[in-house]
Design a protein around this ligand. Structure first.
Ligand code: ATP
Length: 442
């Protein structure tokens, strides 16, 4: 008997079938746990990053953006404490040589073959590389393990060039690399991933107050974009879970089909750890003098740290819905249909234009509408297959609106707009369509 597909199997298959996410280097047999974002995946991820940037940079006076280098000298990671502390305890099976994180396995035997396990060894997660033609310790560089270090390195540059006073924040979106021992669960844990991070520099006295604000901000950002907020929660880290730099930490967690509550973002009070260490290792003066009180101190940092790829996964899991047959009429042979209930700001395609017939009489005005709408929204034009099948394709990729052009449109200059969630159909004048959609999609 065929094994029943899990929700994750279905999501992974949908992602491949509909052009969201493909296995990396697939024609060569694939590189394990690497993934490529396809035409719809890149739209979804860009929309997530844009939605984040808009709220955290564009709409605020106190946060500015940055895009720093991935490659950094070793000393950055000595100063940050990652070379010493960024380690996972690892055990190896003496029989099959599989490696496991010792904090993640239960019992003393190999979960795969039952073999005996070695003692735990510490394994550093940073990825090292060599610059230039000759390999030697001189040319050693590191791919950043977290994007925020680039922000600390530019703290003085940003403060001076932008004439910033505390409190202020610097946000960055970019790739980070970690030699994870147990990558997996689709794009949840990979070795190359994108982060969206914001570091808020504050006086030590105000660090806690702003920390609470950023904690709420982060939770609300997700809450405003998910379909099922009941699957979202904040959880405080226990003392023994805290990273080496953290005074206090909370995670935004979402209930996943593969691991129950799982971390999607972290909000950390990093104290003055990063700036003081970089001051010490580089010799730069990281002190800040309060203009009014003349007090001198190293600023504290409240951090918002989220994974962009993990956010893609969260929104896919959250939006995935199966409903009873609702398109295709009496001829439908399928029992369920997939609807991706993505927030309209995140949906990769906003509007699909579907002429009821391929005949030029309809395809020509439909293409005109398509070209007009393309100036404002990501659109798809589709004239193949039955209208039910075309609606289904759009539901599967989460398109909020489908516009059908029929023979009546030629007479009354109106089109039918179908709403993905309510299935309500409205006749809208073609001349008013762009504004109508702008209103709904803004
Ligand atoms: P985990 O406990 O899952 O390893 P972490 O606590 O080490 O994560 P942070 O260092 O706080 O993670 O990184 C902040 C965010 O970056 C995480 O909440 C997650 O969204 C993302 N992230 C971290 N590691 C990975 C990874 N290997 N793959 C994808 N995203 C990641």
């Amino acid at each position: 008997m065929a094994k029943e597909l899990t929700k994750m199997d279905k999501i992974i298959s949908l992602c491949k079938r509909r052009g969201f996410i493909f296995p990396g280097s697939e024609i060569y047999g694939g590189l394990a746990n690497s993934w490529d974002f396809g035409p719809l995946g890149v739209e979804l991820k860009n929309n997530i990053k844009r939605a984040w940037w808009k709220e955290i940079v564009q709409k605020r006076d106190d946060v500015v953006g940055l895009d720093s280098s991935i490659l950094t000298p070793k000393i950055v990671w000595e100063a940050s404490g990652h070379l010493e502390n960024f380690t996972d305890p690892l055990v190896e099976c003496k029989k099959c040589h599989q490696r496991f994180r010792s904090d993640k396995i239960e019992g003393k035997k190999c979960p795969d073959c039952g073999g005996e396990l070695t003692e735990g060894k510490k394994f550093n997660l940073l990825m090292k590389t060599h610059l230039g033609a000759v390999e030697g310790s001189q040319d050693e560089a590191y791919m950043r393990g977290e994007t925020c270090q680039g922000i600390y390195l530019n703290y003085l540059n940003v403060k001076e060039s932008m004439r910033k006073k505390l409190p202020f924040g610097v946000a960055q979106v970019g790739k980070a690399f970690r030699n994870e021992i147990t990558p997996g669960n689709f794009i949840f844990r990979t070795r190359e991933f994108e982060q969206m991070e914001m570091q808020y520099f504050v006086s030590p006295k105000e660090a806690n107050e702003y920390y609470q604000e950023w904690k709420d901000w982060t939770f609300d950002w997700y809450k405003n974009l998910v379909y099922r907020p009941e699957n979202l929660r904040l959880r405080q880290h226990e003392k023994d879970e805290l990273a080496h730099y953290a005074k206090e930490a909370w995670d935004v967690e979402y209930k996943t089909p593969f691991d129950d509550w799982s971390e999607f973002a972290g909000i950390h009070n990093r104290g003055d750890w990063d700036l003081s260490r970089h001051g010490k290792y580089s010799g730069a003066d990281m002190n800040y003098t309060d203009e009014e009180t003349k007090e001198k101190f190293i600023p504290y940092v409240d951090e918002v740290s989220m994974g962009a790829d993990r956010a893609v996964l969260l929104f896919l899991i959250d939006a995935y819905d199966e409903v009873e047959t609702r398109s295709g009429g009496e001829n439908a042979v399928h029992e369920t249909e997939i609807v991706l209930r993505l927030h309209k700001n995140l949906a990769p395609i906003k509007v699909a234009i579907l002429p009821l017939s391929k005949k030029e009489e309809l395809s020509q005005p439909a293409k005109e509408i398509y070209h007009d709408l393309q100036k404002y929204f990501m659109c798809q034009y589709d004239e193949t297959a039955s209208i039910g099948k075309r609606y289904r394709r759009q539901d599967e990729i989460g398109t909020p609106y489908c516009v059908t052009v029929d023979f009546e449109s030629l007479e009354d200059k109106k089109v039918t707009v179908r709403d993905r969630d309510t299935m309500k159909q409205e006749r809208i004048l073609i001349s008013e369509l762009t504004d109508w959609l702008k209103d709904k999609l803004d």
